[in-house]
Design a protein around this ligand. Structure first.
Ligand code: SF4
Length: 310
């Protein structure tokens, strides 16, 4: 079906079903364009909690749709492609994490939102890359912390706060795989460019970066900074908003180690298509269902995060 026909059908169904489409910054451009709201994990959590729609179509990955369901259990939450998981969330299986937590009973658990609902149910406070520093700093220095699941973000936060949080050894396939060598080659070709990186990137990329920040912080930085050219070391979907907000600036996606193309896509985010968003709305698929007890436990750390980040 053609894009404009799909857009019309999506708009009609959205109205008929009182639905809202939430899209992550890493989503394909045509879905970002039709979404009611585009944002990072924190923005999307807030929108999920606030919306008065009956149906939420979540054009993100599985853990994000679960978070929406946890915050709005009475609403129907749909994920257009059920295979849209997350390598970072998968790097923290619940049984192994439970055993790890039990080995450290004096620690409290801060989990990045990129975890399954089961892991959130074992967490004291969740965080996103946008509010992680604020959340960590709200915890007394004498209180030991387990930080899960991203080791690169955890190391970065340990460096910023001077703490020694115990880190779960997980990582995201997109941010782990940027090639510093290829980035340096691009910097040589474009000496006027600034390198900006997400804190999920590895330490060598972080050290080389002119600015490190969450997806939203990177977007803000390129919009307010005087430079005209940026090499962007995060998922390439954000380049759509960067270009839209800054048509006079140049954005070069940082390349991964193994790739024939020049950018680093999240294979899970990119499973969604406009056609799948349409079918999701039309056929109510695929609905996210969670156990009531998991919702009851998992909502507490998310609500704490939302309170602390206001
Ligand atoms: Fe998960 Fe990484 Fe994809 Fe984000 S970019 S959804 S952390 S796999």
């Amino acid at each position: 079906m053609e894009k404009n026909v799909l857009n019309e059908k999506i708009n009609a169904l959205r109205k008929e079903k009182n639905a809202v489409i939430l899209a992550h910054y890493y989503q394909v451009a045509e879905i970002q364009e039709i979404a009611d709201f585009v944002g990072d994990s924190l923005d999307l959590s807030r929108k999920s909690a606030e919306t008065d729609a009956d149906v939420i179509v979540f054009a993100g990955v599985h853990f994000m749709a679960e978070t929406a369901k946890i915050l709005s259990p009475q609403k129907k939450v749909l994920l257009p492609d059920l295979r849209a998981g997350c390598s970072l969330a998968e790097s923290c299986p619940v049984d192994e994490f439970r055993a790890f937590r039990e080995q450290h009973p004096d620690h409290i658990v801060v989990s990045y939102v990129n975890t399954t609902a089961d892991v959130k149910a074992l967490t004291d406070i969740t965080c996103t890359s946008t509010n992680a520093l604020k959340i960590i700093n709200s915890i007394p220095e004498s209180q030991p912390i387990i930080f899960a699941p991203d080791r690169n973000l955890g190391n970065y936060l340990n460096g910023l706060t001077g703490r020694n949080m115990l880190l779960w050894d997980g990582a995201c396939h997109v941010h782990e795989e940027f090639s510093l060598e290829k980035i340096m080659n691009i910097l040589e070709e474009h000496p006027d460019a600034k390198l900006i990186a997400h804190p999920e990137c590895t330490r060598p990329v972080q050290i080389a970066a002119d600015f490190i920040g969450s997806t939203s912080a990177l977007l803000r930085f390129v919009t307010t900074d005087e430079s005209k050219k940026f090499i962007v070391a995060t998922e390439s979907g954000i380049l759509h908003q960067m270009r839209k907000k800054n048509p006079d600036k140049t954005f070069i996606p940082a390349p991964p180690i193994d790739s024939t193309c020049g950018c680093n896509d999240c294979r899970f985010m990119k499973m969604h298509t406009l056609q799948k968003v349409y079918e999701s709305l039309r056929d109510d698929k695929f609905e996210i269902r969670l156990d009531d007890e998991i919702i009851r436990k998992a909502v507490m750390p998310i609500q704490k995060m939302l309170e602390l980040s206001n």
